[in-house]
Design a protein around this ligand. Structure first.
Ligand SMILES: [Zn+2]
Length: 111
């Protein structure tokens, strides 16, 4: 497990659990990440910078969300996943959006 992931070894998406693994055996030479839906695995290429790793992991999680919640048999295109990933990372990391994040993640639960 990468130190950069700080113990983030799995993610729950609805009723599915995806194990997050940094693949160091050289089997992912051309990809930064992949999600194996049936196996419940998200594999990440090693040695990514922290910002790249965050982008890759969120990208694969959006694929997982699309898979878990997709009911029509059609899925988001790679271009759509890239757009949503970049946009979400920007909004979530923008310090001007702390009130939005508080509402989204914490304060709403107190209602
Ligand atoms: Zn993708």
């Amino acid at each position: 497990m990468s130190k950069q992931l700080e113990g983030c070894s799995k993610i729950h998406v609805g009723n599915r659990i995806f194990d997050i693994t940094e693949v160091t055996d050289g089997s992912m030479p051309d990809e930064l990440g992949e999600v194996l839906f049936v196996l419940g695995k998200i594999n990440l290429a090693p040695n990514q910078t922290l910002d790249c790793l965050a982008d890759t992991l969120l990208h694969e999680v959006i694929h997982a969300i699309d898979y878990v919640y997709g009911a029509t048999g059609t899925y988001l295109t790679e271009e759509q996943v890239v757009r949503v990933t970049g946009g979400l990372l920007t909004v979530l990391n923008d310090p001007r959006n702390t009130k939005f994040l508080d509402f989204l993640l914490k304060k709403r639960k107190k209602l």
